[in-house]
Design a protein around this ligand. Structure first.
Ligand SMILES: [Zn+2]
Ligand SMILES: [Zn+2]
Length: 438
């Protein structure tokens, strides 16, 4: 998380002048050459979707594509079977320790991490378009890596498992995977065409609350008075949460499912379970809302004579996304140059989904622009029809241009001390690095 002024360059400055920084058009041409392979990757991931922490075939496909371009990726990085890390560059050309994968970078070498996701949703495949995220990230990394090698700077590709259900990025943060990263970026598909506005890029924070009610089994007809109904506990809890909803902030969301409702109607359920997601726009509101939901669960146990076993944060909390405007502006400039119209800035939407990229964005300056896939506006992520959109020709066009823009952003970050300083100053002005602390 260092900011490098040119004067802070290490003494081992290049003996020969570094090659010129390529133009955005030259970077885009490099991505264009990868188009067939990126389209194939997006299609292959779509055809064989794997849910979080089970993305073995998916991550192997990504590693194979990198290997075909001479990049040795580590699968199983950060202690997670389906995480991936590849590194390009380290020191400026001519410096003694210039090299690749795993080379120790001098502390002052800027380090940009390109983030990939590749987990699917249960039952509806790549309806969140993480196959596109992966293809964009690989394309951007392969296009920008030679520049990191020749000019100096460190570029990583970080493959992060289980965005949908496991908080892979937070687990990688806890494993130290972002300790030497200075800035990060990824792109997420959305409905419609064009990127979302910079100011509109916000997500909520989310916590999960798993609850199991414990009652007493009995014959539901023969001796119901002996039973205590755990399903009643769940249903009362669900209704209690529903009654909270009228009195929460417009930016809050609470939603849940019953994950275990008993074994048979003629057995008073001894055990029943539910899983709730609680979302808010900021961390204090998220804590307060969580307390109110927990109170509703405990009240349901009291009302039904059961016991509520509450598992708070079985998955790490996701923090609200903090988009770095300086970096996103660079992305937008490069993306617009590919012929895309950029909608004018809009007021941040109220509520909405969450991402574990939020946790990364609170640690280092980050971007997470939306990428319209050119489909109908009413086909949204998390609907099965969205998975089909991700392999249409318009989606492949979008992913190629997004990869070019992400590569251009990474190259600009590594090559332009002014951009690094602007990104860092904005980040510090908004409070600097922060983590979820319990
Ligand atoms: Zn999703
Ligand atoms: Zn997603």
């Amino acid at each position: 998380m260092s900011v490098d002024a040119p004067s802070e360059r290490p003494a081992a400055a290049p003996a020969v002048p570094a090659p010129a920084v390529p133009t955005d058009a030259e970077i885009a041409a490099a991505v264009e050459r990868l188009r067939p392979e990126l389209a194939r990757l997006a299609r292959d991931l779509h055809d064989e979707p794997e849910i979080g922490f089970e993305e073995r075939v998916s991550v192997a496909r990504i590693a194979a594509l990198l290997a075909a371009h001479g990049v040795d990726a580590e699968v199983g990085a950060f202690g997670l079977d389906t995480a991936l890390r590849a590194v390009a560059g380290s020191a400026p050309a001519g410096a003694a320790d210039a090299g690749d994968a795993g080379a120790e970078a001098p502390a002052s070498v800027p380090h940009f991490a390109i983030i990939a996701e590749y987990d699917a949703l249960p039952g509806i495949g790549h309806a969140c378009g993480h196959n596109i995220i992966a293809a964009v990230a690989v394309g951007a990394f392969l296009a920008a890596a030679p520049i990191a090698r020749s000019r100096g700077g460190r570029l990583s590709l970080v493959g992060t498992p289980a965005e949908e259900n496991g908080g892979g990025k937070e687990l990688i943060i806890r494993a130290g995977g972002f300790d030497d990263v200075d800035a990060a970026g990824m792109v997420h598909p959305s409905s419609g065409s064009g990127t979302s506005s910079i100011l509109g890029q916000r997500t909520t924070g989310v916590r999960r609350i798993a609850v199991t009610f414990h009652g007493r089994a009995a014959h539901a007809a023969g001796a119901p008075w002996l039973g205590r109904n755990a399903l009643d506990g769940v249903v009362t809890a669900y209704q209690g949460v529903a009654q909270l909803r009228q009195h929460i902030l417009p930016t809050d969301r609470i939603h849940g499912i019953i994950t275990d409702g008993g074994a048979a109607p003629n057995i008073v359920p001894e055990r029943a379970s539910a899983l709730f997601y609680v979302r808010s726009a900021d961390v204090p509101a998220l804590r307060e809302l969580t307390d109110r939901v927990v109170a509703a669960l405990e009240g349901a146990a009291l009302a039904t004579g059961t016991r509520a076993e509450i598992d708070l944060d079985p998955v790490p909390p996701y923090l609200p996304l903090q988009t770095n405007t300086a970096l996103t502006s660079r992305w937008t400039e490069a993306f617009a140059a590919r012929g895309h119209e950029i909608p004018p800035p809009a007021a941040p939407p109220q509520g909405g989904p969450s991402t574990d990229m939020g946790n990364v964005s609170r640690l280092v300056p980050s971007i997470h622009p939306s990428l319209g896939l050119g489909g109908p506006d009413d086909v949204f992520p998390h609907n099965a029809a969205f998975a089909d959109l991700t392999v249409f020709p318009a989606a492949i066009d979008a992913l190629v241009d997004a990869a070019a823009a992400l590569a251009a952003t990474a190259v600009a970050y590594l090559a332009d001390p002014g951009l690094r300083a602007a990104a860092a100053a904005e980040f510090e002005a908004s409070g600097g690095p922060s983590r979820w602390e319990d």
